[in-house]
Design a protein around this ligand. Sequence first.
Ligand SMILES: NC(=O)c1ccc[n+]([C@@H]2O[C@H](COP(=O)([O-])OP(=O)(O)OC[C@H]3O[C@@H](n4cnc5c(N)ncnc54)[C@H](O)[C@@H]3O)[C@@H](O)[C@H]2O)c1
Length: 543
Amino acid sequence: MDRVQSLESSGTGRGDLSPKHCISVRYESAESVRRVIGYGRYPLAFDANDRNPTLNIPMAMWIRRAWRRTGSPLVCAVGNGLYSTGLGYGPKEKTGELMATESLVPATERKEATERRKTQTFFPQMSFEQETNPWDAQEARFDYAAKKLNLDDGTWKLLRYPAREIIVHIPVMMDDGHLEVFTGYRVQHSISRGPCKGGVRYSPDVSLDEVRALASWMTWKCAVVNIPFGGAKGGIICDPHKMSQGELERMTRRYTAELMEFIGPEKDVPAPDMGTNEQTMAWMMDTYSMHMRQTVTSVVTGKPVELGGSRGRLEATGRGISIVCDHALEHLGMAVSGCRVIVQGFGNVGSNAAKLLFDKGYSIIGIIEVDGGLANPHGIDIHALLRHRAEAGTIVGFAGAEPADPAKLLTRECEILIPAATENVITSRNAAGLRCRILCEGANGPTTIVADQILAEKQIFILPDILANAGGVTASYFEWVQDRMGYFWNEAEVNRRLNLIMTESFQDVISYAKAHKVNNRIAAYMLAVDRVAYTTKQRGMYA
Ligand SMILES: NC(=O)c1ccc[n+]([C@@H]2O[C@H](COP(=O)([O-])OP(=O)(O)OC[C@H]3O[C@@H](n4cnc5c(N)ncnc54)[C@H](O)[C@@H]3O)[C@@H](O)[C@H]2O)c1
């Protein structure tokens, strides 16, 4: 068998690609392709003779994009439908004596790569595209923490990649009578410490890399707050704002039905994320229950309270943020009085964090939203702003503050900056301009790894996402517990327990940072990776 079939551009669908873009290999078994994807020097594999089934763009375009991102040639698995099983990679099983990957990455080179990885300094040089790729960011931080922990090579490889990646194509009958097909994902990173846990995101920007990164972050986040879950994440490429309730319901129900074997209270427990809400969870729970022929409330969290949701869940992420901010001030010897806060994103996380901090006496001097910013050096009355937003549907036009440029507001002087909107808002392009003492990450992945280095030089105290926004998944854990015992706590009890866990987790991360002489983010990753690696080894390897 030819190991490397050709170094030339051949086959259809590849347009003007050259060998620098891709290397064709003939793959002989599903196993060989699985080994190629994301492992070693050649990051991806695909069937070049088609359109990318998830993005529905010509493969040539996708290859070029990926090449620009990774800067290395891609392995191109030609011959038969790489995506034919619908699971992303899984050509029809064949038995093959020789693995394409083995010929592409000889043992000596693999060893060298491992050595390189072990000695690399804090994060490699990267393009802006790489810097803002959430998977690359997650991977680089994980690698660094694993290196600091001296993690053995096998566990390193095991924890670096998700355990399972599911791609589904969801047919939905639209209101105008035409049939649309949406692409959805569910990535399960780890079940070492318990069932998978993670939100479902509806957005036009959803990608497999993003869902992978978010799934891994969930594993680390659950481990930081020491709750018995592994990590998962799901998403559908769609624009929920352009869809009717009926269309959203049909899409959600079909997505849930496609995932029936993979989700469940003991397997994987979804929750809301960007673009999804309590109603989405109610539909998911009902669909799952219909298939099970019984009501199974604990299959999802973030449900309405009347359907087995937990009191306090809606505010929990913001509440967790307010708790770690209190502890950070105490740790740094700063006072609440006169503490100026700027919040980016006035959605669930941002508005609740702002409201709870305002109630505690913090001065919220700036709010940043997609359609504009608000500033008031004397502090914004958050309750009045919430009332305005409820009436006007936007924060713009609020009389209690001046309009402000969102980009400039992000770099305005303050004690605490809370990015609570989306990923990659603090990058190599603006990190140097930040003038906050504390960066408290409400969103997942708001800071890129290059920005991290700049912030470290500026000695900004970071409350990393996997700690700062873990109040949400902690309350989700409470919801799952309450559903399973059929007994529900009052809100004070939920908040009391949340306070205990967030306080303990903050202290764990700070102690870890001190003991290992690393910054808070690396400490949080190290703590999490350490905990997951420990249970992984305790359980041992099956087969
Ligand atoms: N909801 C939770 O419990 C929870 C828990 C943990 C982490 N998170 C993370 O927090 C972030 C926000 O989640 P959410 O539930 O509040 O979502 P949301 O949709 O309720 O709110 C997000 C808000 O941010 C605004 N926004 C988006 N992009 C922006 C930008 N570039 N600049 C300024 N504003 C922008 C949106 O207009 C919206 O108001 C996400 O990264 C999410 O993954 C959420």
